[in-house]
Design a protein around this ligand. Structure first.
Ligand code: SF4
Ligand code: SF4
Length: 442
């Protein structure tokens, strides 16, 4: 039997630095969803609100939109709708949201909407609306049918793949922009190329994200304890999954397929900020709001200890610009173990998300990221191609030139392999004998 979790008293907020822009993930239907994906970290949040109807009221919607726009000091603002499953609010709710956005937007301000969905309820009406209002849709798919259906099931435990593909077809029919959000877990981690090629060739998507499932094995659903479920991806699996996809991408798809973590890496290698909170030095500018107006420090910390207040009682800007929230973001940097501070890929990794920092470093310091071995392997693996792409960017040429450069190198190497004896050093420069390296398979 699940227990109800009581909230602590709302903290008194002292003012802190206010970010110029921030992101707020909004859950108008709370944790309510029409599916029952086995690894979902959010379904357990239903316990936080035992007597709730889990529906954001129209008054609260208007108040939220007014405050969110007012608090932003930039000319572009993005509303991020998530869940649970936001389509369960019904289309009229989002028509109203768009009308409030028009009512409150500042002169010259551009308003965008992103909408994360499992796709099951999408139809002509939804997709015509998305197209008309320029929504960017994130569609959750974990791979081809057998892989997707391993964990993404409905409330009756039935597979969902065909219903999701039906939703995807509606998106395509109406020309709606969408990208794929794929979680990486025990069932799809061994099949990186199958997953990637399915998205690229069958779903014809040109933007994808690969989110690791690191699911804590506990009763609360909070970020606590050191054990993970068997559904979770291991660090090594995640690293290899990314490496295999990267190797395919860097030879064939640069400039036409966009994989979020590859973009993050290229940004970091070329001296820019990674642009994704988990790889930033500090965080704290990506908050979450529940259906009743409760605001939390982050979508991954929708827990009583991280509740900043409620927009019906405390202005959103006050919560975002509070010392407490600022400290939450600074902690990401301040709690970094020495092992990370000395790491050669720290400039791009920054220790990853604090929610996954629950293992020890080899010398016993707590606070290392569970995914460390995977991140380290991946970022080291991409070092050389990233340097090549960065050099192209700096020379004012497209980074996609890397494909031609690597293809030429490969051809050159093949020629040298053909002339190499079994006991000669391998021409790839590994220092191994040819028969132990690239000559192994010949
Ligand atoms: S805790 Fe993790 S997910 Fe949340 S804002 Fe920080 S880095 Fe991002
Ligand atoms: S790769 Fe590992 S050691 Fe290096 S910064 Fe990331 S988490 Fe820390």
């Amino acid at each position: 039997m699940q227990t109800t979790i009581a909230f602590d008293d709302i903290p008194v907020l002292e003012p802190g630095p206010m970010p110029r822009a921030f992101h707020l993930m909004t859950k108008p239907r709370g944790a309510i969803c029409n599916l029952d994906c086995k690894y979902c970290y959010f379904l357990s949040k239903e316990r936080l609100y035992p007597d709730s109807s889990f529906r954001m009221s129209e008054n609260l919607l208007e108040e939220y939109i007014r405050q969110y726009i007012e608090a932003q000091q930039v000319p572009e603002v993005t509303f991020a709708w998530q869940g649970g499953e936001p389509t369960l609010m019904g289309l009229d709710f989002f028509k109203l949201a768009v009308s409030y956005q028009q009512k409150y937007k500042k002169p010259g301000m551009r308003v965008f909407n992103s909408f994360q969905t499992n796709g099951v309820l999408l139809n002509d009406d939804w997709c015509a609306f998305f197209k008309e209002n320029d929504f960017l849709i994130g569609l959750s798919v974990d791979g081809p049918q057998a892989i997707h259906d391993a964990y993404r099931v409905d409330k009756g435990g039935e597979p969902t793949f065909s219903r999701v593909m039906r939703g995807r077809d509606f998106l395509e029919k109406h020309g709606v922009d969408f990208n794929i959000l794929c979680t990486v877990h025990a069932a799809n981690a061994p099949h990186p190329l199958e997953v990637y090629r399915f998205f690229r060739d069958e779903l014809k998507t040109d933007f994808m994200q690969f989110i690791p499932i690191v699911e804590r094995a506990n009763e609360t659903g909070f970020q606590e304890g050191e054990a993970v479920t068997e559904r979770s991806v291991t660090a090594e699996q995640y690293g290899q999954f990314l490496i295999r996809i990267f190797d395919e991408w860097v030879m064939h798809d640069v400039g036409r397929v966009f994989v979020q973590i590859f973009d993050v890496a290229l940004a970091a290698w070329s001296g820019n900020r990674p642009g994704l909170c988990i790889f930033e030095e500090t965080c704290g500018a990506a908050l979450a709001m529940e259906h009743n107006g409760d605001v939390f420090s982050c979508d991954h910390f929708v827990e009583p200890n991280y509740r900043l207040g409620n927009i019906q009682h405390t202005p959103l800007a006050e919560m975002v610009g509070s010392k407490r929230q600022w400290e939450f973001g600074q902690d990401k940097k301040n709690s970094l173990p020495q092992y990370c501070r000395d790491c050669e890929v720290r400039f791009v990794c920054n220790g990853g998300c604090p929610k996954n920092r629950f293992i020890e470093t080899p010398d016993g310091e707590p606070g290392l990221n569970y995914l460390c071995a995977g991140y380290r392997a991946f970022f080291n693996h991409v070092n050389r191609p990233m340097q090549m792409m960065t050099a192209e960017l700096r020379a004012g040429r497209p980074p996609a030139n890397v494909m031609l450069m690597l293809a030429r190198e490969k051809l050159e190497l093949e020629k040298r392999f053909a002339k190499t004896g079994r006991n000669d050093p391998c021409p790839c420069g590994s220092g191994l004998k040819f028969k132990k390296c690239h000559g192994k398979s010949r």
